[in-house]
Design a protein around this ligand. Structure first.
Ligand SMILES: [Mn+2]
Length: 431
């Protein structure tokens, strides 16, 4: 792996917490993600299933994790991994795959078997259980008509074991994955630090006349050179009015002198995501108008961060940030105070014309991390904070985004060292 070995204690603890939430006499089954066809005989770069990784640390295709607390067959069957047996052919063509010993050391699971033993073993265990926990993707923003290996296997199980009671692993995983342990925060900090290196490289190299994709190339260079697997999500490099297209990923336009450039990128390290947004002047100097709008976004961000505290919730938080943004937009002359008040009484919020997305989302193994949307903020939750103002008529969109962890005394910024003040950005761009 390109990342430093993650302490198996993380995965041991995660399984302990998961098992503690299972109903008595239950078995839980987790499958690795498929190798996805790209075209012809080539595959997309492999990415492990986040839940399987969370519970095992195993970063290889064709891996299955089975949990059966208090299994009547014996202690040895309480945690099992099945993995593909490697051979000389695989060694020559694909290289390294887990041995049983490596899979055990990585995950902390002692019982490791080859996959060809799975069907008979699993059948015996399932017949000893009343409930089967199956895993699906319950990210509430996910849109896909593709059935994951987890889903396909769950359908097979339902067909085969009609008398069993089927339960959702995700209702447990949602609770667990929202709260990050100190070991997870260490890995996430590394993802943020690598992202910082990329941004500093961008500040040192960006000039008018370059193409947006040249900026993207500087980012990925730093990511790969510093041990990241790559981007945690498709990067946005959007100059001028392109920044007003919220999911602009074409990144194929020339940087014009005098324009701003909005970037939204983050490294994926050890399967954990960083998520950064910065907006910089292509020529290294903000105009007065650009500076005024930039600082308005920065004010909103600084105030919003203060609201990332235990006991708050996403709904109340977003309402409050909307008020802060509204007052900044009035200050900039973009909204009229009287109109704002009139419309607010009809529950119409005029700020959404300039700021049409949410301020924060959970971050972790997934960039929009698995979560319950309607629970109170707690210590250990990691959120982005990313207000923006988008004005196509003025040829600019500005978004500023950091990643923060909620603690008992305020939000701790994992990106505190990444330049954000106007003066700092200008200084670094003009060195
Ligand atoms: Mn984000």
């Amino acid at each position: 792996m390109r990342y430093q070995k993650i302490d198996s204690k993380l995965f041991v603890e995660n399984r302990k917490r998961f098992v503690a939430q299972m109903k008595p006499n239950s078995i839980a089954i987790f499958h690795a993600n498929d190798m996805m066809m790209r075209n012809g005989d080539t595959h997309f770069v492999y990415r492990q299933n986040s839940d399987l990784f969370y519970l095992s640390g195993l970063d290889q295709e064709e891996v299955v994790l089975v949990l059966f607390p208090n299994c009547p067959k014996g202690k040895k069957f309480e945690e099992i991994i099945f993995t593909k047996q490697t051979n000389e052919h695989i060694a020559v063509w694909e290289g390294y795959k887990y041995t049983k010993e490596d899979a055990a050391a990585t995950s902390g699971v002692k019982s490791v078997y080859w996959l060809d033993e799975m069907d008979s073993t699993l059948n015996e265990l399932i017949l000893l259980a009343d409930n089967i926990y199956v895993n699906t993707n319950e990210n509430d923003r996910a849109v896909s008509d593709y059935a994951t290996r987890d889903v396909r296997k769950a359908i097979e199980l339902k067909h085969q074991y009609v008398g069993h009671n089927f339960l959702r692993s995700q209702s447990i995983l949602k609770q667990l994955r929202m709260i990050k342990s100190s070991l997870e925060l260490e890995v996430m900090q590394t993802a943020c630090d690598i992202t910082e290196k990329a941004f500093r490289q961008v500040l040192a190299t960006t000039k008018p006349g370059m193409n947006e994709y040249e900026v993207e190339a500087n980012v990925i260079h730093q990511f790969i050179a510093n041990g990241a697997t790559g981007h945690a999500y498709t990067p946005i490099v959007a100059s001028g009015a392109n920044a007003c297209v919220l999911h602009y990923i074409a990144n194929d336009q020339k940087l014009k002198d005098g324009d701003l450039m909005l970037m939204d990128f983050g490294a994926e390290y050890g399967n954990y995501a960083a998520d950064l947004s910065r907006t910089i002047p292509t020529n290294g100097r903000f105009t007065d108008r650009q500076k005024a709008i930039y600082n308005a976004v920065l004010n909103v961000k600084n105030e919003a961060q203060q609201l990332l505290v235990p006991g708050n919730n996403l709904d109340a938080y977003h309402k409050e940030v909307g008020k802060i943004m509204t007052s900044e937009l009035i200050g900039l002359g973009l909204l009229d105070k009287t109109a704002v008040e009139q419309m607010a009484s009809e529950d119409i919020h005029l700020y959404k014309k300039y700021f049409m997305h949410g301020t924060s989302h959970h971050l972790g193994l997934d960039v929009h991390d698995l979560c319950h949307r309607y629970v109170e903020f707690e210590e250990g939750m990691v959120f982005t904070c990313e207000p923006g103002i988008y004005i196509p008529a003025e040829n600019m969109g500005i978004r500023l985004e950091d990643d923060l962890v909620i603690t008992s005394n305020g939000a701790k910024n994992l990106m505190a060292n990444i330049p954000i003040e106007v003066e700092e950005i200008e200084d670094l761009m003009n060195q």
